[in-house]
Design a protein around this ligand. Structure first.
Ligand SMILES: C=CC1=C(C)c2cc3[nH]c(cc4nc(cc5[nH]c(cc1n2)c(C)c5CCC(=O)O)C(CCC(=O)O)=C4C)c(C)c3C=C
Ligand code: FE2
Ligand code: FE2
Length: 347
């Protein structure tokens, strides 16, 4: 036996990092398969009976949407593939290196590959004593975090031996998360003079908030202005909390930033204001230079790079804006790796 090799600790902790998912390739059949899995999740499309939901989405909505989405994914794709996937794998490796051999870090996607089932199997094979699950969504939503949690429980619940398992359900106010965004923002602010900041979050239907609201506490008004015991897991309140903390870190006042929501689907009301509407009002107020943040995402993806970085930039310029710049996501920035490591050690 090689005595210089580091000994594997006998009791190891499993860590499962999970992001949303992405197609295997930007080709229409792969995008269709991804959308099929994503948009038939009843935590994502929650308002239709199964007899309507499946035929409508599998027969009409997804076949129509897949070729259009595939074109956008082709714009996003790089030599390393989908950014959401390769940044996730980079993060996994760096967090593993920082946590050391007492931990086994796996990475999975809620939809498509690498699947949560495969990632959990790696942890089972490593005979970990317990598992810490970190869905990589800073703000809690049933459609993202809740769906990951449900899937993990469905799989682990069938194991003969069910290990101790814990979830980090949100980290919207985590100091390491906030500090990394602030640092990335400051880097951009050092390069250009900005008049205003836009924090654009992924939207969700308003009913998703209402369904999870403690005794109907959330009324889409000032109820979300502070994060308290009644709205601890309210997505809207958590988005405001993240924005407030990042703004404080950047040293900007409430008048100097806007919080808005993007990517709506369907006709029902989603969280407002909608980013595409909100940004159109800015040039008329004399705001021509905007720095945009996407703090609902920890890695670059279609929603950040294309929607915020390109489509909103075009829209802003069309209405008289001069400079629109997206702050890159946390990806596998060293400060973010430290923040994830600290969250796991504390858990
Ligand atoms: C921040 C977490 C996310 C929440 C909450 C969320 C809710 C949600 N999303 C859709 C519909 C779509 N989202 C799409 C892409 C997408 N969504 C998230 C994250 C959240 N979604 C990410 C990280 C991504 C990008 C994935 C990538 O590969 O880059 C898409 C697919 C793209 C497209 O065809 O436009 C759809 C559709 C709904 C309906 C919803 C809440 C109900
Ligand atoms: Fe989404
Ligand atoms: Fe609220």
């Amino acid at each position: 036996m090689n005595s210089s090799a580091p000994a594997t600790p006998s009791r190891r902790i499993g860590v499962l990092l999970v992001n949303l998912g992405t197609p295997d390739s930007p080709k229409t059949p792969d995008v269709r398969r991804y959308l099929n899995e994503f948009l038939t999740d009843v935590r994502v499309i929650d308002n239709l009976p199964a007899v309507v939901h499946y035929p409508l989405f599998q027969g009409i909505v997804i076949p129509l949407r897949a070729p259009k989405s595939a074109k956008i994914y082709q714009q996003l794709w790089t030599e390393r593939g989908s950014p959401l996937l390769y940044h996730g794998l980079d993060l996994q490796k760096k967090v593993q290196a920082e946590l050391g051999p007492e931990y086994v870090v796996a990475f999975g996607m809620r939809y498509q590959n690498p699947s949560i089932a495969k990632a959990l199997e790696e942890l089972r094979e490593a005979a970990v004593e317990r598992i810490i699950v970190l869905p990589l969504f800073p703000q809690y939503a049933s459609a993202s975090t809740g769906s990951v949690q449900e899937k993990v429980m469905e799989i682990v619940g069938k194991w003969w031996i069910v290990p101790s398992i814990s979830f980090i359900s949100a980290f919207s106010d985590d100091p390491g998360f906030i500090g990394t965004i602030v640092e990335l923002g400051k880097r951009e602010m050092a390069k250009h003079q900005y008049d205003h900041i836009v924090f654009s979050y992924h939207g969700i239907p308003e009913r998703h908030i209402t369904k999870g609201s403690f005794h109907n506490y959330c009324q889409f008004g000032s109820c979300c202005d502070t994060l308290n015991d009644k709205n601890r897991y309210c997505y809207r309140a958590q988005c405001f909390e993240t924005s407030r903390l990042v703004a404080a870190g950047l040293g900007i006042t409430p008048e100097q930033y806007t919080v808005s929501f993007q990517s709506r689907l369907g006709r029902d009301p989603w969280l407002k204001p909608y980013t595409d509407f909100a940004l159109k009002d800015l040039p008329a107020k004399g705001i021509k230079n905007v720095l945009a943040f996407s703090p609902a995402f920890v890695a670059d993806c279609l929603e950040t790079t294309i929607e915020v970085g390109e489509e909103f930039k075009e829209l802003f310029e069309e209405v008289g804006g001069e400079h629109w710049r997206l702050v890159p996501s946390l990806n596998s920035e060293p400060l973010w790796v430290d923040a994830v490591t600290a969250m796991i050690r504390r858990s």
